[in-house]
Design a protein around this ligand. Sequence first.
Ligand code: EPU
Length: 427
Amino acid sequence: MDKLVIEGGYPLSGTVGIHGAKNAALPILAASLLANGEVQIRNVPNLLDIQVMIGILRRLGCNVSYEQQAVKVDASTLSTTVIPEDLMKQMRSSIFLMGPLLAKYGEVTVYQPGGCAIGERKIDLHLDGLRALGAEIIEQSEQITCRASRLTGADIHLEFPSVGATENIMMAAVLAEGRTTITNAAREPEIQDLQRFLNTMGAQVIGAGTDTITITGVKSLQSCSYGIIPDRIVAGTIMIAAAATRGNVTLTGCNPGHISSLLHVLRRAGVQINACNDIIKVSCMTRPKPVGRIVTSPYPSFPTDLQSQVMVLLSLADGFSIMKETVFESRFKHVHELNVMGADISVDANAALIRGVPRLYGATVEATDLRAGAALVIAGLAAQGRTVVEQVHHIDRGYDRLELLFQSLGAKMLRQSVVPEELDFAN
Ligand code: EPU
């Protein structure tokens, strides 16, 4: 098992480019099954979750290549619509294959998906949406089979603006007969990216980015070439790391409009931010200020995927802040680890009270999920002394070799399978 070993206390500095968004690439890779012909998807990040999705597409019989951040998918050789259970359990996003397979081939069998242990993560809204489009759904313990000879457009209201359910319904409805309207739809930038991708293949989808999405079904979709948007959560993670280490970092190839809620919080914390076109400059020379209360909620509010990282910055602030998590019920597992590093955070139900401390101290800690792991890396970069972050495979799901990225900004950080007595950080 890999570990990240970090010698903390060095301000990050330099320029870094932002890779494509995992959470846009995953549904778009699934949607590539809808095309008649080869689809090329550019700016696809090299992450564990992406490798799992490519593995599933190959096991379904698709011809898939992945070179220089470009994935080519040819689904004309597809030989089964049963998602392999072992791969399904590795990643929640395998659920995205339901909509496209059902729409194009009339049948799909999946298993209850795995993924980060951050809450119950039900799939009822996905299944209700597909049922509304006319699918018959048979659930037998862990196995779920959906069938429909032809889907039919419907009006679907989501009780909660679920990102995944919105995407699954969009992907199913593009080949349905007639019009589908999704109300209370999720508005995340990744939904807009999916709409653009589907429309590039010839679909008729409008409204992504608002809470009402309308899809007019078409007979077929064609091959295309498409580039994924930059990863707003990776951009946010780097910005927070820059601020927590009192560094000075320039991010290129990002979209500041996708993280305006984070920019607002960082500015309240006293972090200097200069955003222009696709460039963001971040610097922080003094101890962060407390920010009062942050509540995570669906876009455009503060993202749950940056909650743990921001908590590290606030744990170093000169005063109290409160973080309320409303999206996932078990997303405070990093709190215990941060407290091991000297933070002073207490949790009451879905709210964390963060009392700022002057400094964190290096320790051996465990990444319990993807974003919790990213937060511990930031804490390690800012802390005094050496931090070892274990269970790095969680971090690899969403960051492309995070140690190389931070090394390029001057961090003293190494990946180790076994930690030797003395590490040579001079090399
Ligand atoms: N929910 C239901 N029923 C459903 C679907 C969702 O009750 O059928 C609940 C979930 O249990 C959760 C809430 O709704 O409490 C939000 O879930 P949502 O469906 O919006 O999230 P998701 O599609 O499972 C995506 C991202 C997550 C991100 C959330 C929220 C992808 C691949 N994943 O998950 O990303 O946190 O939206 O923005 O797009 C991450 O990257 O670290 C990550 C977890």
